[in-house]
Design a binder for this molecule. Structure first.
Ligand SMILES: C[S@@+](CC[C@H](N)C(=O)[O-])C[C@H]1O[C@@H](n2cnc3c(N)ncnc32)[C@H](O)[C@@H]1O
Length: 261
């Protein structure tokens, strides 16, 4: 077994060590689990991600000899809207900077990367010349963009493949729309949350969940469940501040919602 294979089977976080990724360690382990599942299912798999920033989430795929192709789609706006109600600013966010950093990770593998500047609302699926096995959505964190990016991924995905979302705790309503879309279109799927805030959708017959690392994380779903609720607990604390609590108390009493017979 090669050093890389040992590391990915062990979910070794050193595979992320060269470029800082905008994810917590539990997310990184879930991403490595999915990668190890995909490389077992498709020995020359193709990866596409939307939202790459410095390339943190690209690096384990760049290092992986079983990954034949990487597409990175990033609009790189100075400010990006976000469902949390605050715009997020990314300074010095450029494709050139990302490519320089990735060159330090695996200089011999750079030819497998294709970058596309833009968002999925303005680019054509024709720009993706391959059928993709694994997509990762981590671009604009709005419900609208989550659904738009998901539809784009579905269009470029192989008949069987997987689409992952990061920050499901923020774009959950958009993800719910994606699930409704799959049901409406009668597309076969399985979907589940992986710790901490990675949401996985298997499309068609793509049993990523049979991989022992994915299965272990899936069964221990308390990690992602509790993390997600506690992440959003801020809103409950806010809603329980005196004036809002008084208002809710009044409304609930007025509507009789606090009485059970
Ligand atoms: C959270 S960062 C990605 C982090 C990266 N995946 C990692 O793990 O390190 C979000 C990225 O999405 C990009 N972005 C913002 N709006 C976008 C859009 N509408 N379409 C595509 N990418 C977008 C930003 O430029 C930024 O680089």
């Amino acid at each position: 077994m090669s050093n890389f294979e040992q590391k990915i089977n062990d979910l070794d976080l050193s595979l992320f060590e060269r470029i800082e990724s905008q994810s917590v360690d539990e997310d990184k382990r879930s991403l490595l689990s999915c990668q190890s599942a995909v490389r077992e299912l498709v020995p020359k798999y193709k990866y596409l991600e939307i939202g790459s920033y410095l390339g943190g989430s690209i690096q384990p795929h760049l290092l992986d000899d079983r990954c034949a192709k990487i597409y990175s789609i990033d609009k790189r706006p100075l400010r990006q809207p976000d469902e949390r109600g605050v715009d997020y600013t990314y300074l010095n966010n450029s494709t050139e900077r990302m490519m320089e950093l990735l060159k330090d990770v695996a200089p011999d593998n750079m030819s497998k990367i294709t970058t596309i500047d833009g968002d999925t609302g303005e680019i054509s699926t024709d720009e993706v010349a391959d059928k993709i096995d694994l997509c990762f959505i981590d671009g604009e964190h709005t419900d609208y963009a989550a659904l738009r990016d998901f539809k784009f991924c579905l269009d470029v995905l192989n008949e069987n493949g997987a689409i992952l979302f990061h920050d499901a705790v923020i774009t959950y309503n958009g993800i719910a729309d994606c699930i409704e879309y799959l049901k409406k279109k009668k597309i076969k799927f399985r979907a589940y949350n992986l710790p901490a805030i990675v949401f996985a959708v298997e499309i068609g017959d793509f049993p990523m969940h049979k991989n022992s690392n994915v299965l272990e994380r899936l069964l221990n779903n308390h990690v992602g469940y509790l993390f997600s609720l506690q992440y959003n607990d801020y809103y409950r604390q806010f809603a329980n501040k005196t004036p809002f609590r008084m208002y809710r108390k009044f409304m609930i009493k007025w509507k009789g919602l606090n009485k059970f017979e």
